[in-house]
Structure formats: structure tokens, C-alpha cells
Write a protein that binds this ligand. Sequence first.
Ligand code: QVW
Ligand code: ZN
Length: 354
Amino acid sequence: MSYGKRRRTGYDPASIQEYTFPIENIPRLSARDPEVYRLIQASRPVVISDSGLINSALKWNLGYLQENLGDGSFHVYGSKDNRFKYYDEKRAKQCKSFPKPVKRYEVSFNDFLKMLMEKKNTRERIYLQQMLNESVGQEIVKDYVDFNWDWVGRIQNEQGWGPLSSNLLLIGLEGNITPVHYDEQENFFSQISGYKRCLLFSPDQFENLYPHPVAHPCDRQSQVDFSKPDFERFPKFRNARAMEAIVGPGDVLYIPMYWWHQVESLKSLSPIDHKLRDFSTTTSSGSSGDIPPVTVSVNFWYRAAPLPATVKFPISAQQRVSVMRNIEKLLASALGSADEVGKLLSTMVDGRYN
Ligand SMILES: CCC[C@@H](CC(=O)O)C(=O)C(=O)O
Ligand SMILES: [Zn+2]
């Protein structure tokens, strides 16, 4: 079992940001190692280095994608800094005072490439995050069919997970950060090109990471900015402790449901030749030159296994998060507004449960 030190090859170590919390390594194991399946069974993160899950996609450079992704539209997010904090568009509409952390564009893949060129010299950074759907070209369909579905399907069945809900194609600039959050799905996060640093925190660190209220547009996202933590507002963040994996081409990171994760695109040491054909390098704003370096990933989100027939006590950290979420939702609907929930919870707890 290699629980070794941080992976050292392929990326510029200077692109690793220093944070205030201790970090230990996520194990990196071969798919042939039975420990992989023990860790998945225990809902513990693990990097699988040779699953072959997305080997057929390792050729997905921007030129190939330009040729074969088809003429569908793609969600591209724009951020005035390097953080791409997810927010729920529908809830944002009800939250007049909510400053949107990112802009969302709906563009063709070629327009995305043009944006990569045009925004290269502006402050706005972009990140394509698009579910693979039936609009993709035949070559991509073939590559998709050639994913190692036997391997991942066996795990899905053994773990009793629900169906695959989506595969998100992620193409972002080096330096982009998806800030720390949790998802309510199991995830086989697969790296195609470039390197990503994944910082994971166990579900029992909910109190260290101060998520926004469930009714907030940034539900499931932490309020803490790792680069400038506000220890006044979030004192327990001092107790946070991370596990880290740096994933490169072909690596698959299992991110268990409810595990917090922050994902940072690192600086690759060997620039990728994107083989972009007949793509005018002089765009409307006259900017020319090469496409800035990007990372490419695809994730596999699986619906959770159904709840066990009998609850075992003490309940797990994941179940505690689920209970807290349900209480927040129930109170918001019982009170008719999410704004009243905090006050009612304080009334219930202060001087009575603490
Ligand atoms: C929108 C999804 C982003 C991704 C992280 C990243 O690659 O930036 C992630 O958080 C996940 O796969 O769950
Ligand atoms: Zn996520």
C-alpha cells in the first residue's frame, strides 16, 4: 500500500498554494490492489492510478474536442478572480442581495476557444463545466462507450449505488479553483490532461467548514476562503485537517458522497499541444498567440445507495449531515422563510442544549 508523499512529477510545485491546515496524503493504489475496494466500501477517498476508466479520453486535447464535440452549447463560467464558487441560479433569483460569484455563458465550443484567447489578457477567468449529452459527435460517443464501464459498473453494483446521474466535462485554466464544497453524490473524479490538486475533508468536519444555509444559493459550499480565512467568524476552521491527492492523466479519485473537496488546477511542466486546426489565432479583439494552458477532467456522479432498512447508532457523519439538512429544510418551510431558521434554532438550543 503506497501512502507515500505528495506526487512530484508533471506539475510546478510553486503552483501549490500554502494553507493553514495540516494535510495528509490520500492513498494512491493500483486497481489490482484489494485495499482500493476496502476503502471505497468504507467511503474513504482513494486515487486509483491504473483503472483505465477514461483511457479512451486521454486523447481529448482541445483540437480533438473542437473536431468532435459537436455543435451543442456549453456552460462556461466566468470569474473576476480564480475562484469558481457554485451557486444555484434559481435560488439566486429569490435572493436579491446575493452578489453572484460567477457569470454563466452558454456558448459553442468554438466560442469557448475564442473566449480562452480573448480573456487571456483580461482579469476574467473562465471554466467550461458541461454535462456530456447526446449532442456530442460520433467519435466522442465511441470514446465514451470505450470507458472502462466493466470496472466502474462492478463497483457501482457492489456498493449498491444508484444510477450514474451525469458526467461533467471540465475544462479550466491552470490556476482555477473550485472552492471547498460537498456533493450529495458519489464521484469518480477522472483526470484527462494537466494536473489538479484535490483537498478533501471528512464529513465530520461540517462544523469546521461552516457551509452556507441550505436555502442559500451557495448551499453545500463552505463560507471559508482558504486563501484568507476569517477566524473571527469561523474559529473552528482552525481544527480543519485535509487529505490531498494530486491527480494527473489517467488518475481516478474516488470522492465519497458528503466529503468536502476543493479542486485546484496546477501549472503543468510540459505544455500540451492542443493540435488546434484552422482556429484563427487573431480574434475579434485582435489578441493572438497560443491558447492558454488548460486542464481537462470528467467526473462520474452516481446517485447514493438507498438508506439501510435499519438505522445503526451512533449514526454516521454523512447521516448527521443529511439530518441537519432535513431539519433546515423542514424549519424553513414550517416558518415560511429561511430567515427565521437561525433564530428559532438559537431559541431551542441556547441555555437548553449547550
Ligand atoms: C462543477 C464540478 C467541479 C469539480 C471540481 C473541479 O474539477 O473543479 C467537482 O467539484 C466535482 O467533480 O464534484
Ligand atoms: Zn464537487
